[in-house]
Design a protein around this ligand. Structure first.
Ligand SMILES: O=C(O)CCC(=O)N[C@@H](CCC(=O)O)C(=O)O
Ligand SMILES: [Zn+2]
Length: 336
């Protein structure tokens, strides 16, 4: 196997490879760009015209997606998977991955879309570097741009595998991309309704990629991801990479559940209290009238929306950050 296929090993060890460029026997070029960053260029004659960015480890303890990218890279470096797409593999937060932590000082997924410029520290610098790597990768005109930022969630979920679709003024949601996700085993998509500071929001709004955060199960340590079944996503990625994907069309949305953000719950102070059981699952329904949270100055978050559900409830985030999202079901007409 080509040594650059061992990007995860290099990243875990903090090693810079001596040889930065290697070729597979079929002529695909692997190029190490920076820590945790590898570009793959297919031979010109077989290039499908797709630029595919796959990132994982933006949160360092979310290891199942890191293992998935590692398997894909090994397959490419062994010549078993023959890329026809240009690709960029990124392991987002190497420092946190090495420690098995979500982040060290700052959550990188709150530092994109330029927010890193207002911060100091290693994670702000890494967010800046990731933006540059993604911008360089998606700079070629006339190509199709797709970014999947792969995550796992802190808690269990009533819907195990779901996607979050960023928002940008004037952009129309792609039904074809939703059908593709459906075919990849994603059961639900949450439509954001404002800009944000996540990696997928950056590539969607600034780099004109189709971009999604994918939540693929519950976060566990390396080697303990047997319960996270990534088979359908992995098969679909093989097809996308090899340019052999069965047709997906707008009609393929059957069974895909859609939700929209109703409200983001922001923690303003140390007095913030979230009134939910510690083991509540993502997508749990909350009845109208339920007192969800309280904060300073008599701030009360009471459920007003019919069919509201909670995702990512987390009272331990830093003040000023999102401590949960209230979502409501919507139908496909909301896609525009
Ligand atoms: O499980 C949790 O509480 C958080 C899971 C997580 O990291 N989710 C992403 C979602 C990003 C998005 O909104 O696209 C995050 O919060 O960064
Ligand atoms: Zn995450």
């Amino acid at each position: 196997m080509l040594a650059l296929g061992k990007l995860l090993e290099l990243t875990l060890a903090g090693h810079e490879p001596a040889a930065k460029i290697q070729l597979t026997p079929e002529g695909a070029r692997l190029r190490w760009l920076a820590e945790g960053a590898l570009e793959i260029t297919p031979p010109v004659a077989s290039d499908s015209g797709l630029d595919l960015l796959l990132s994982a480890g933006i949160h360092g303890n979310e290891t199942a997606p890191i293992e998935l990218l590692d398997r894909l890279l090994h397959a490419i470096a062994r010549g078993e998977l023959k890329p026809r797409a240009r690709m960029l593999f990124l392991f987002g937060n190497p420092l946190a991955i090495r420690k098995g932590e979500r982040y060290l000082e700052q959550d990188i997924n709150r530092l994109f879309n330029g927010r890193h410029e207002l911060q100091v520290g290693a994670e702000a610098m890494r967010a800046c570097e990731l933006e540059h790597l993604a911008a360089g990768f998606f700079s070629k005109p006339g190509r199709t741009r797709l970014h999947y930022d792969l995550h796992t969630a802190i808690r269990a979920s009533k819907i195990e595998q779901f996607a979050l679709y960023p928002w940008h003024e004037g952009r129309v949601r792609s039904k074809r991309e939703l059908a593709r996700l459906n075919a990849a085993g994603i059961d639900a998509v949450l439509l954001h309704n404002k800009s944000s500071t996540t990696f997928s929001a950056y590539t969607y709004s600034q780099l004109e990629a189709e971009a999604f955060t994918l939540e693929l199960g519950k976060a566990r340590a390396f080697g303990q991801n047997q319960q996270v079944n990534l088979d359908r996503l992995e098969q679909r990625l093989h097809c996308i990479i090899e340019g052999s994907e069965p047709d997906v069309d707008d009609a393929g949305l059957d069974g895909l559940q859609l939700f929209a953000v109703a409200r983001e719950i922001i923690k303003h102070s140390d007095a913030f209290q979230l009134h939910l059981p510690a083991d509540i699952e993502n997508f749990s329904e909350l009845p109208v009238g339920y007192l969800l949270a309280e904060d300073l100055s008599d701030t009360r978050w009471e459920i007003e929306e019919q069919g509201a559900r909670i995702i990512f409830p987390n009272p331990r985030v830093k003040n000023g950050l999102r401590a949960g999202i209230l979502i409501v079901p919507v139908d496909a007409s909301e896609l525009g």
